[in-house]
Design a binder for this molecule. Structure first.
Ligand code: ADP
Ligand code: ZN
Ligand code: ZN
Length: 803
């Protein structure tokens, strides 16, 4: 028997499986998708079994054998193995990278497999008893005979033995110490032997008598009986109880937010949408739906009921949400509806917690996963629906290899499972809406809010006028007036500061010098907390200079607006208002997100001030006013998606107001009120924006009219990077079809990062059958030769930004 193994070596020029002999004792247990340890050159590496076969082209004598089988239960299903191949091909990455991205980080770290006997009495076999020698837990690698391995596998299936990965440091399987209290007669006779001055011991045993025969966590016993740890230890030694250590899951915490447990009666539009999705899941149809519903139209309720339908058929559901910001309230809604059947996977969890959530999915102890991008690889084997909420979000695209888009993976997996995909958004990506218009996706529309509330009235405020009138504050008079009124009524306000692309830099007022990073061609960002300047690209950090490095003027100071500055201004203008700030600084701590949101939902603050992270998902009844302090900052980014991103953000933010009984109003402050992305966000009508933006995309040749692929080159030596970029571009021009446009090479917008010069070239195409082949050849040249000369090259098919 021979196994094809994809090894954990991604520096190798060739990306292919290697053949290994399966040793006799592993033959009856090895499965595809299991991890193995194999010799590779002089090293031992981990690999994934992707195929088992009887024949090979290699001479048997040349073939090495698998050293060790790391998983009795495969960690990847054959379906995921197939998806990994697609991901690797479509994103031009190594197959090993595609395999690794599917597993929680803990499983990629160092580990050792252990077997634990849960029910020693059930094990009657002599060989196994001899091996265990009375121990209940041993490393799996001590089991070398094939008959024993097979027997253990059977016991695992019956739950008599468990297998776990003992992963290095932080990611161990968590254990709790359980105390098993003896019966009351044992305790009574023990009590007689305790000297009367051992008051604490007597107190504990008395307490135990009230709980005789029970098992409890040690911490609970200590807390409830009011004694110290040492006392418990002593009475256990005297025979009052026994103890054991049992496997448990870390508790990432069930959200404290209150959400409805019972399904709502759907509106007509919701029902129509649900019926279509249910029809697809009932008939096992891999259909992709675009659920286009305005903010507050009840898309989430449609997801919830579509999932219920799928669960009733005994199938599973994957729900993706864009980022942590969405998770507390969103997961609360899922947990309220599906209770313990929900696993949560987001970047706020520790490696150990992620591993535990993954195991719950892998063991099918849960049926629904709600998570960020990588949850798309949840190891379910009977998926009935895949949902991407806020499908337009750029966080669904992974920026490192493998550069996959969760939307694509969702559709590939839906084809394996013959199940529907639901893409939901109030402001779909142009690509998705175009596909829906062409009938590639099925369009479902929710045009009204679920409780028939009015969309908020949106006013655009021209900040240039404010400046002319002498108002230098961050708040226009209109917004400030509206805030006073809402504060008086005890209603809540959300203030949004669009920080992406926002420069809080240090500038010399005399000569105009901006302090830049010595390693990168970009200005340094000011951080007030420690009066320092930081580079967001390379991590360089320095103190804020006291004098201008150029002209030695002392008039050098911080410029720009951040949430801290806004907070100070609010304090001046509205001294009695209670403000909560939510940005990267205030949410660094675990659980901070949820805490801030809970405080706000409980009415402990009047104003929630924040960045991007408050734009989405917030759904609180008392929010009646939303202010956007500066809408322009995304608009002027040199990005073909700038207008789309601005429109999406404005619509999302505005959607936070007036979602319940109270009517809402929105003020958008801007220096470019005439721009269509701002102008059209007033009415919140997607369709007219879509039409105008499509015209612009067509004119400039951008998606969805053209596909694009971005190739980036970087090198420490400017001459070398130019030479390689030239070589690469020339190769592409010569190999691709004449209709395909290859632009460049040109210096990247940020032309130097971390002392490496950056060049890029862009491929635009409508249909390019030779694309993948050509790119693979380019990558091969890079991996075999160019990389040795210090070049770094990346290929990004369908990049989320091209600058
Ligand atoms: P979206 O995800 O489209 O922004 P939500 O699903 O958050 O909208 O729904 C907005 C609000 O309306 C939520 O408070 C939700 O509980 C409520 N809701 C949704 N559907 C219904 C319904 N059919 N009847 C009453 N309330 C509903
Ligand atoms: Zn100066
Ligand atoms: Zn830098």
């Amino acid at each position: 028997m021979i196994a094809e193994v994809i090894v954990d070596v991604s520096a190798y020029p060739i990306d292919r499986p290697f053949d290994y002999v399966v040793p006799e004792e592993m033959r009856s247990v090895i499965e595809c998708g299991a991890r193995v340890k194999v010799p590779f050159g002089p090293r031992k590496v981990v690999g994934y079994v992707t195929r088992l076969k009887q024949e090979t082209d290699l001479a048997n004598s040349k073939m090495k054998a698998i050293d060790e089988l790391l998983d009795l239960e495969p960690v990847l299903s054959t379906e995921l193995l197939a998806i990994a191949k697609i991901v690797a091909r479509e994103t031009l990455s190594y197959e090993i990278d595609a395999l690794q991205v599917m597993l929680p980080a803990a499983m990629r770290a160092k580990y050792e497999k252990f077997i634990t006997i849960v029910e020693p009495d059930a094990i009657i076999d002599e060989d196994l008893r001899n091996l265990m020698q009375g121990r209940t837990r041993i490393p799996l690698k001590q089991v070398t005979s094939s008959s024993l391995l097979k027997m253990i596998k059977n016991y695992v299936a019956q739950g008599i033995i468990t297998v776990d990965n003992s992963v290095s440091q932080q990611t161990k399987v968590k254990k709790v110490r359980m105390i098993h209290i003896e019966d009351s007669s044992t305790l009574a006779s023990l009590l007689d032997t305790i000297p009367s001055n051992a008051k604490k011991q007597i107190q504990l045993i008395q307490w135990m008598k009230d709980h005789a025969g029970k098992s409890m966590e040690a911490s609970k016993v200590i807390e409830a009986s009011g004694v110290q740890q040492a006392v418990l230890k002593t009475v256990i030694e005297k025979g009052a109880a026994t103890e054991s250590h049992e496997e448990t899951y870390r508790d990432p915490g069930v959200s404290q937010l209150q959400e409805a447990q019972i399904p709502y009666e759907l509106t007509e539009e919701q029902q129509l949408a649900l019926d279509k999705v249910n029809a697809a899941s009932t008939t096992n149809k891999a259909e992709t739906f675009l659920l286009h519903g305005i903010t507050g139209s009840g898309k989430t309720e449609v997801y919830l009921q579509a999932i219920s339908h799928v669960l009733k058929q005994g199938k599973e559901a994957i729900v993706l949400v864009p980022e942590i910001s969405l998770t507390p309230q969103m997961t609360a809604r899922f947990q309220a509806r599906f209770g313990g059947l929900v696993a949560v996977m987001h970047s706020g969890l520790s490696a150990g917690e992620k591993y535990d959530e993954w195991r719950k999915i892998h063991r099918k102890e849960v049926k629904v996963v709600v998570g960020a991008r990588s949850a798309i690889f949840a190891p379910f084997e009977n998926v009935g629906i895949i949902i991407l909420d806020e499908e337009h979000e750029s966080t669904y695209k992974q920026e490192d290899t493998p550069r996959y888009h969760a939307r694509d993976v969702a559709i590939w997996r839906s084809e394996s499972f013959h199940c529907p995909v639901v893409l939901g958004s109030a402001t779909p990506s142009l690509e998705s809406y175009a596909r829906a218009s062409k009938g590639v996706y099925t369009l479902l529309q929710l045009s009204k809010r679920a409780k028939n509330q009015q969309l908020p009235a949106v006013s655009v405020v021209d900040m240039r006028e404010e400046l002319k009138e002498g108002n230098r504050s961050m708040f226009s008079r209109q917004l400030a007036d509206a805030m006073h009124i809402r504060l008086e009524k005890n209603e809540q306000i959300v203030l949004f500061l669009n920080k992406r692309g926002f420069s809080s830099f240090v500038l010399c007022r005399d000569c105009g010098t901006v302090v830049e990073c010595p390693n990168c061609d970009i200005s340094l960002t000011y951080h007030r907390a420690n009066e320092s300047l930081k580079c967001h690209y390379c991590g360089h950090e320095e103190k804020v200079p006291l004098v201008c490095p150029q002209c030695e003027s002392e008039h050098i100071r911080f410029f720009g607006t951040g949430t801290q500055k806004a907070e100070e201004e609010i304090a001046k203008l509205f001294p009695t208002a209670r403000v909560l700030r939510m940005d990267v600084d205030t949410t660094r701590q675990k659980g901070a997100h949820e805490r801030i949101l809970r405080q706000f939902s409980e009415g402990k603050a009047d104003i929630l001030l924040g960045t991007q992270m408050i734009a989405k998902g917030l759904d609180f009844p008392n929010i009646t006013l939303v202010g956007v302090l500066a809408a322009d900052t995304t608009l002027h980014l040199a990005d073909f998606r700038a207008a789309e991103k601005t429109f999406q953000l404005m619509t999302q933010v505005s959607g936070r107001a007036g979602r319940h009984e109270l009517a809402g109003e929105v003020f958008i402050q801007t220096y470019s009120p005439e721009h269509y992305a701002i102008e059209l966000s007033k009415s919140q009508h997607y369709e007219p924006f879509y039409q105008l933006e499509m015209t612009a995309r067509k004119q400039y040749g951008y998606p969805p009219f053209f596909y694009i692929t971005l190739i980036q080159f970087s090198h420490e030596d400017l001459m070398k990077v130019v030479a390689f970029a030239d070589k690469g571009t020339t190769f592409l021009k010569g190999s691709l079809s004449p209709e395909t446009i290859v632009i460049g090479p040109a210096a990247a917008a940020i032309s130097r990062v971390n002392n490496r010069y950056r060049y890029q070239c862009l491929i635009k195409y409508k249909k390019e059958p030779k694309l993948i082949d050509t790119l693979q050849q380019l990558i091969k040249m890079y991996r075999t030769d160019w990389i040795k000369e210090g070049l770094l090259m990346s290929v990004d098919v369908d990049p989320s930004t091209i600058y």
